[in-house]
Design a protein around this ligand. Structure first.
Ligand code: SF4
Length: 374
C-alpha cells in the first residue's frame, strides 16, 4: 500500500531504488510519504501510542521513535504490537539497541553505522536488517559533521553541501561493504539553499531514495515557512521520496504542514480547500473569526475533498461560493450559505457555525451515498 496511490506525480522524479518501511514504499516513483517522530519518552508506552494514533489520524504514513536505552526497547515491543503505523527506531551509538530493535520487529532503522565503531557489530546489524528487509536511513546533519570534514570547509577546500555529501557517502559505504543496500539518505541543514544544493549533488552520486526535510526549522510560525519552501523546492526538482517537517511543536502539526505542501502541489488528495477573502472595509461578516471556526469544524469532521469559500461581501462572494461545495458570504449584515451555488440559508452571524455544521454533515452523507452507489 502506498499513500494516495491514485495521485499521479506531475513533477519529474529522480530514479531511485525502492525500499519498504512496513507497507509503505519509498522511492522508485512511489507517492511521497509523510513521516513524523514521537516527542514522548518512549518508555511511556501509553503516551507514545496515543501520539502515534493521533499522527495516523492526521495522515502520517511512518513514525520514528527514539530508542536511547534498554527501557525504550522493551517499550518498543509493546508499541509495535499496537501501532497503526510502521515504526522506525532511531538509534545512536549503541549496536545492541539496534539489534534488539530489529528483533522486536521494527520496520526501519535510523542509524549511522560510522557512530557504532565496532565492525563486527555493524556486520551483525546489516545482516539482521537485510534478512528482514528492514531499510536503514543514514543521514547527515550540517551541524554535526566529522572533524576532518569541518577542517576541509574551514580551509576552503570543500563547501558545506559537498562535505555533507561526503559524510553521507562514508555511512553508505560502510553499509555497502557489508552487503547492505536497503538504504535511505537524509541530508539536513537548517537552511533551505544548503539543503537543496546537498541533495542536487547527492542525486548525481547515488540512486538511494531521499528522506527530506529542513532540520530543526524552529517554532511553527517561522519554521513552517522555511520547511514549506524547502520541501517545495526539493519536490519540484524530483528530489524528495519521503518527507518530515521538523518543528518545535506537536508532531501532528508537522504532519499537517507536510500534507499541506503535498496537497498544494497536487500530490495528495486535497483534504480540504478553504477559499477566503483577505477582508476589507466592505466586509459584512467577521471573516477572520469565521474562517478560523470553519477550519476547526472541517478538521473535527476529518473531511476529504471538500471546498469551502468564506467571503466578506457580495463583491466576490457569490462567484467564489458558486464554485465551492459550501459557500458563506456576508450580505446585509447576515451570513448567506450556499451549497454548490444555490442559497440554502440566510442566518445571523451567531447561527452561522451550527448551520454550516448541518450543511456539512448533509454533504458528507450525500457524498458517501454516491460513493456506495458506484
Ligand atoms: S470579498 Fe468583499 S470583503 Fe472580502 S476582500 Fe473582497 S470586497 Fe472585501
Amino acid at each position: 500500500m502506498t499513500p494516495d496511490s491514485e495521485i499521479v506525480c506531475h513533477f519529474p522524479r529522480r530514479k531511485t531504488k525502492p525500499v519498504y518501511v512496513g507497507r509503505v514504499k519509498i522511492g522508485d516513483g512511489a507517492p511521497i510519504s509523510v513521516q513524523s517522530m514521537t516527542k514522548t519518552f518512549t518508555h511511556d508506552v501509553a503516551g507514545t501510542l496515543n501520539q502515534i494514533r493521533l499522527l495516523a489520524q492526521a495522515g502520517c504514513d511512518i513514525v520514528r521513535v527514539a530508542v536511547p536505552d534498554r527501557e525504550s526497547v522493551i517499550a518498543l515491543k509493546q508499541i509495535l504490537r499496537e501501532s497503526p503505523l510502521p515504526v522506525v527506531a532511531d538509534i545512536h551509538f549503541d549496536p545492541q539497541l539496534a539489534l534488539m530493535s530489529i528483533d522486536a520487529g521494527v520496520q526501519g532503522l535510523r542509524l549511522n553505522p560510522g557512530t557504532i565503531g565496532n565492525r563486527q557489530k555493524i556486520a551483525e546489524i546489516a545482516a539482521a536488517a537485510g534478512e528482514r528487509r528492514i531499510p536503514i536511513r543514514v543521514g547527515v546533519n550540517s551541524g554535526s559533521l566529522r572533524r576532518h570534514l569541518m577542517r576541509e570547509i574551514e580551509e576552503g577546500r570543500l563547501s558545506l553541501p559537498e562535505a555533507m555529501v561526503l559524510s553521507a557517502e562514508e555511512q553508505i559505504h560502510i553499509l555497502e561493504d557489508n552487503g547492505f543496500d536497503l538504504i535511505k539518505v537524509s541530508l539536513k541543514a537548517h537552511d533551505v539553499l544548503t539543503t537543496l544544493q546537498a541533495h542536487r549533488l547527492m542525486a548525481e552520486r547515488c540512486s538511494y531514495p531521499f528522506h527530506c526535510g529542513i532540520t530543526e526549522s524552529g517554532p511553527p510560525e517561522y519554521g513552517s515557512i522555511k520547511s514549506a519552501v524547502g520541501l517545495a523546492l526539493l519536490i519540484s526538482e524530483g528530489l524528495a521520496d519521503t518527507v518530515r517537517v521538523s518543528l518545535t511543536a506537536e508532531p501532528v502539526e508537522e504532519v499537517r504542514l507536510a500534507l499541506s505542501v503535498l496537497e498544494s502541489m497536487g500530490l495528495r488528495v486535497q483534504a480540504r480547500n478553504i477559499i477566503s477573502c483577505p477582508t476589507c472595509a466592505r466586509r459584512e461578516i467577521d471573516v477572520v473569526q469565521w474562517v478560523y471556526k470553519v477550519e476547526k469544524v472541517l478538521q473535527e469532521h476529518n473531511v476529504k475533498n471538500i471546498t469551502v469559500a468564506v467571503m466578506g461581501c457580495v463583491v466576490n462572494g457569490p462567484g467564489e461560493a458558486r464554485d465551492a461545495d459550501i459557500g458563506i458570504t456576508g450580505s446585509a449584515g447576515k451570513a448567506v450559505i450556499f451549497r454548490h451555488g444555490k442559497v440554502v440559508a440566510t442566518v445571523p452571524e451567531e447561527e452561522l457555525i451550527p448551520t454550516f455544521v448541518k450543511e456539512l454533515q448533509q454533504l458528507i452523507s450525500s457524498k458517501s451515498a454516491q460513493t456506495e452507489r458506484k
